[in-house]
Every structure is written in structure tokens, then in C-alpha cells.
Design a protein around this ligand. Structure first.
Ligand code: 1GP
Length: 270
């Protein structure tokens, strides 16, 4: 299996304490004009990754959007699929999600079995990811569609043990997700507990819609913050989040020299 430059880059960033920004693009909520606007913004304000996916993907737009991004931007595109049908070889990589917060075998291994031969034939870099849905105030599409109970918001130790088990099983990234448009984000206590429990890079998303919430997630130990909804509502939030991540990296002494020597592949550094 390809364990990859994208994975190496994430691990290097983690090792050096460098934080990253991922912008989630939902093909159901984004047309080409909206995408062009975000790409223009990402020229001026560093975005490290575009995540592409949604819980349903009702439209057939994903394919065209990825093609558009790949022809206009060097920011890596990572598929964030909710289903084995949402594969696309034009992307750079795939967060191969195992929904370890749930007990639905289809999302733990079933979809992966169906996708495996297609993934093997594709050029996608595979990032095996322990995906943990967290209860953040209301049922999300992801928990409804997956038929799983999210982790209780106020039980950081369950999240920590879940991540630990995921890491022991060989998963290379962890993703704590309150779900798109969560009423409140994953708590700092839970992020800290997971951060202390595992070494792998930690992605955190869901309901991050203010600078304070982004700073809290970074401070608690998120390596990558993911923003979707708020940028859909207000594209200028992308520049605010880019600035927040850059300032955090500066304030915490991230060395650009280290990044330039060890970092990689398409995406830019802060
Ligand atoms: C959802 O983590 C992502 O899967 C992003 O959430 O849309 O609430 O920013 P938001």
C-alpha cells in the first residue's frame, strides 16, 4: 500500500508542531464560481489542504470541481468520502475513514472492502484515518446516515481510548469531528485527551466558526483544523482562519526552515 508523501508531510508538520488549515468543500454546496472565489482567496491566504466530500453528495459535481481545482491550484485535494462510491482518481489522496466511534461494520470495514480494488488501481495516496464522530448538540447527517451513536461530548476518556485502539490497529491519522454545522465544536478537553493518547496527527472539525474556537482547537492539540460551513456562509472567513493558523505557528516558534527542508508536495507552508 502507498504510504505516502502526503502522510509524511502531515507527520513532519506534527513533529515540528506546525498546524495546518483544511478547507472542506462540499460538492452539493459549491458551484464553479464559488470554487473560483475560494481558489483566488487561497492564492493570497495559505490553505494547506482541500478536503472534498459531503454526507450525501446529491449532485454529480464532485468530478468537475476536482478537475477545476487541480487545473488552477497546487493545494492538495484529499477525498473525504462518506461512501465507497465517492472515489475520484483526480484527487491527490483519500482519507480512508474507518468510523471507529461507531459499531456499524459497514463503515468500519464493509465499504472499504468494496473500494479496495478500485483504490489499488487508482493513483490516490491512501491515508488510513480513525474517524470519530462526537455528539455536539444535535444529530448530524453523518451519524444518521452511518447509523451510529456519536461519542458523548463530555467523555474525553472514551475518545482517548477509541483513538488509542485505532492507533494500535495501525490507523495513521485521527479525525475528531463534531459534524458539519455542529452547534458547538469538539471540546478542548476531548482534543487534549486524544492528543495525549496517540502520536499520530490529529484532525479536528465541526462547528469551528470563530477565531476563538479555532485557537482553542489548535491550543488543545489539533494538528489540522477543518472549516466547512462558515466558509460557505462567508468566504472571507478563509483568510481569517489562514491568518489564525499562521499566527499560531509563528507564536509557537515554528521554524520555516524546518518546514522547507522536510515539507513537500504541492501544498504551501506558512
Ligand atoms: C465536517 O469537520 C467538518 O465534517 C467541518 O465542519 O462544516 O461545521 O466547519 P463545519
Amino acid at each position: 500500500m502507498r504510504l505516502t508523501s502526503l502522510h509524511d508531510a502531515l507527520s513532519n508538520r506534527r513533529k515540528h508542531g506546525q498546524k495546518s488549515l483544511a478547507v472542506l468543500l462540499d460538492p452539493d454546496n459549491l458551484d464553479e464560481d464559488g470554487c473560483r472565489q475560494l481558489l483566488e482567496l487561497s492564492e493570497q491566504h495559505t490553505v494547506d489542504y482541500f478536503f472534498m466530500g459531503g454526507s450525501l453528495v446529491l449532485t454529480a459535481r464532485q468530478d468537475a470541481l476536482i478537475r477545476f481545482i487541480k487545473s488552477h491550484s497546487t493545494v492538495p485535494v484529499l477525498l473525504f468520502p462518506s461512501h465507497s462510491l465517492h472515489l475520484d482518481d483526480q484527487a491527490d489522496g483519500i482519507l480512508l475513514l474507518s468510523l471507529i466511534s461507531g459499531r456499524n461494520p459497514d463503515f468500519l470495514i464493509g465499504q472499504h472492502v468494496i473500494a479496495a480494488p478500485l483504490l489499488r488501481q487508482s493513483n490516490l495516496q491512501i491515508l488510513p484515518t480513525g474517524y470519530m464522530l462526537v455528539d455536539t448538540g444535535r444529530q448530524t447527517t453523518a451519524s444518521y446516515i452511518s447509523g451510529t451513536t456519536p461519542l458523548p461530548h463530555d467523555k474525553p476518556s472514551i475518545a482517548a481510548c477509541t483513538a488509542m485502539a485505532g492507533e494500535q490497529l495501525g490507523l495513521r491519522l485521527m479525525y475528531l469531528d463534531g459534524g458539519s454545522g455542529a452547534m458547538y465544536p469538539v471540546s478542548s478537553a476531548m482534543i487534549r485527551a486524544v492528543r495525549q493518547a496517540v502520536d499520530v496527527p490529529l484532525i479536528v472539525g465541526g462547528g469551528i466558526n470563530t477565531t476563538e474556537k479555532a485557537q482553542a482547537a489548535l491550543q488543545a492539540g489539533a494538528d489540522v483544523i477543518v472549516i466547512g460551513n462558515q466558509i460557505e456562509k462567508d468566504p472571507s472567513f478563509l483568510s481569517e482562519m489562514s491568518r489564525t493558523v499562521r499566527l499560531f505557528n509563528q507564536e509557537h516558534g515554528f521554524s520555516r526552515v524546518e518546514a522547507d527542508s522536510s515539507d513537500f508536495v504541492g501544498g504551501s507552508v506558512h
